[in-house]
Design a protein around this ligand. Structure first.
Ligand code: 3PG
Length: 213
């Protein structure tokens, strides 16, 4: 399989669902429901035991599904996730060790940043697209507008505290390429195994106006 670049992956849809599964079975059902709603890119986190196996199953669901590993915090996670089928990685922050591990195993990385100093480190390592995390808590839309001054070429995938209601305002910013969030998989819907509701939320998310840039 040809390695995809983060710059291509983030443009496959306006919203990347951030997922934490309680079981592999739940992971498979939710991934299928999201894909049925038009979502092509999933971020399956390593926050639960089911993470790696869910990445493996989701990767095999369809030709056009791109599964990433989320909550990458340890260098050794990179190779494990890549082996399971992850095509990209997302981390809440960035260390040189994580950067190197992702590079070594050929896992394109979308690293988390929250401050201008974080951004300088990420840019120094060659990143042109980063995740602002936690986006809303860090200042949300006005934070992204302020960062566009000193960093006019840098693009963001803000994640954290974003909802169906606030996503369009983020997506309208010139430095936002997509947003991440967990609102496509409400706890109640998952507990009730209401996969149709997941598909409905996914469909609404994929129909949001994409960034114009
Ligand atoms: C997370 O940390 O779970 C992700 O960034 C998603 O955040 P959210 O649940 O606020 O959308």
């Amino acid at each position: 399989m040809t390695m995809k670049k983060v710059s291509d992956i983030v443009r496959l849809g306006p919203v990347i669902p951030v997922l934490a599964f309680e079981s592999v079975e739940q992971g498979e059902n939710v991934s299928r429901a999201l894909h049925a709603g038009g979502v092509k890119v999933l971020e399956i986190t390593l926050r639960t035991e089911a993470g790696l196996k869910s990445i493996e199953r989701a990767s095999q669901l369809a030709e056009d599904i791109v599964v990433g590993v989320g909550t990458l915090t340890k260098p050794e996670h990179c190779a494990q996730a890549k082996k399971a089928g992850a095509q990209f990685g997302v981390s809440p922050g960035l260390t040189k060790e994580l950067h190197q591990a992702a590079l070594d195993c050929g896992l394109p990385l979308l690293p988390g940043v929250m401050t201008p100093s974080d951004i300088l480190v990420a840019m120094d390592l060659g990143y042109e697209i980063v995740k602002l995390f936690p986006a809303q808590q860090a200042g949300g839309v006005s934070m992204l507008q302020a960062l566009n001054g000193p960093f006019p070429t840098l693009k963001f995938c803000p994640t954290g505290g974003i909802s169906a209601e606030t996503a369009p305002t983020f997506l309208a910013l010139p430095n936002v390429v997509c947003v991440g969030g967990s609102w496509l998989t409400p706890k109640a819907a998952l507990a009730a195994q209401n996969w149709d509701e997941v598909t409905r939320l996914a469909r609404a998310a994929t129909e949001l106006a994409p960034p114009a840039h």
